[in-house]
Design a protein around this ligand. Structure first.
Ligand code: PLP
Length: 384
């Protein structure tokens, strides 16, 4: 049968993260360190708020942009990070994923160019391709900080419409420093470009938080993506948000409205309660993640891996360059021979080749077992 699907969709692949996760189930006894899914239960107050919402029959369509109560709380929450968007500049979306798709749909025409870091969360590249637009990758420095020369050169040469920034980063764990933020501002204020700032992991930043959305003069050109999947450990409840000045929000809303009408009402009430009364749980999770980060980093160093210390999110991205294998081969062998799954860096774009992503959103016990296995397997290669 002829290929009946759109050229754009034919051009998109299923996420390499999922592909690898699915492989794990086929290897008996294997441990997975692949997913970005916190292992904590949803905070109790959030659960109770959702049960209350059901019993109170809060089960109808909500406003397309989300319940005003939640949008007000998001606005307040952002203030605590020095970011100012009013409730009518906030759209509640079906996770960060829908936020991203709506933004790209609102902005992109076929052939438009989008600057995307590499390595990066794979959805950016795939969304851009779905709209027939063109991905232009910018490289990062060796420690995954921003390579300003690369950005300036590509903006000048390629004239992209959008620039994607993502901090704290999945997969590298890099955050935006004050110096980077201010230097970016100086560069971007002169350029005619809109900036998507994916801040999905803002609650998991182990140093002071900086964002381009904090800068008033850039605010009209920054589109901020956030959400509660990671923050409240509620990935399956699907609540995220996008913040942008009103004229951008109005256009994002056109897509969001026809896409989903609104986010599940019950989940919205859960997220609302979370912002009001579960920030203590968020902090407890952060403390636990930070402890795991230190553990995994030290273990990897001890094994002799070349690895940058992550400063946010719950991923670590060690180099495997010295093992003379592609990241795909390394991960396939580690899974089949060592019985532990991590994600090949190539799943995050060309800049991810030579690395693997380990998620430390698993308990210390699982992490210890996974790293013991990895150490044993690496020793069996007789390379150390
Ligand atoms: N942005 C980044 C950087 C992510 O890592 C993820 C999920 O892993 C998302 C967006 C999407 O989040 P959600 O699960 O809320 O759709």
């Amino acid at each position: 049968m002829d290929n009946i699907f759109s050229n754009n969709v034919n051009n998109v692949e299923i996420s390499g993260i999922r592909k690898f996760f699915n492989k794990v189930t086929k290897v008996p006894g294997a441990i997975s360190l692949t997913l970005g899914q916190p292992d904590f239960p949803v905070p109790k107050n959030i659960k109770n708020a959702m049960i209350r919402a059901i019993n109170d029959n809060k089960t109808k369509y909500t406003a397309n942009a989300g319940i005003p109560e939640l949008r007000n709380e998001i606005s307040e929450f952002l203030k605590s990070m020095d970011i100012r968007y009013s409730a009518d500049e906030i759209t509640v979306t079906v996770g960060g994923s829908e936020a991203l798709l709506c933004i790209f749909a609102a902005f992109l025409n076929a052939g438009d160019k989008v600057l995307i870091p590499t390595p990066a969360y794979p959805a950016y590249e795939s969304c851009v391709k779905i709209f027939g637009a063109e991905v232009v990758n910018y490289n990062l420095n060796k420690d995954f900080t921003i390579n300003f020369e690369s950005i300036i050169k590509l903006i000048d040469e390629e004239n992209p419409k959008l620039l994607v920034m993502s901090h704290p980063s999945n997969p590298t764990g890099a955050i935006l420093s004050l110096e980077e933020r201010d230097k970016l501002f100086i560069i971007l204020k002169e350029k005619d470009i809109y900036i998507i700032s994916d801040e999905m992991y803002s609650s998991l930043c182990y140093e002071k938080y900086y964002s381009l959305a904090q800068i008033d003069e850039l605010r009209n050109r920054v589109i901020l993506v956030g959400g509660f999947s990671k923050m409240f450990s509620m990935t399956g409840l699907r609540v995220g948000y996008v913040c942008a000045s009103k004229y951008i929000t109005d256009n994002i809303m056109k897509v969001h409205q026809y896409n989903v009408s609104c986010v599940t009402s019950i989940s919205q009430w859960g997220a609302y309660e979370g912002l009001r009364s579960s920030m203590g749980d968020v902090n407890d999770m952060k403390v636990e993640f930070e402890m795991r980060k230190e553990y995994v980093y030290k273990r990897l160093k001890k094994i002799g891996m070349d690895v940058a210390l992550p400063k946010g999110a719950f991923y670590i991205f060690p180099s495997i360059a010295r093992f003379s294998m592609s990241s795909e081969e390394f991960c396939n062998r580690l899974l089949n021979e060592g019985k532990v799954a991590v994600v090949p860096g190539s799943a995050f774009g060309t800049g991810g080749e030579g690395f693997v992503r380990i998620s430390y959103s698993y308990s210390l016990e699982v992490l210890k077992e996974g790293l013991d296995r990895m150490e044993k397997w690496l020793k069996s290669l007789n390379l150390a």
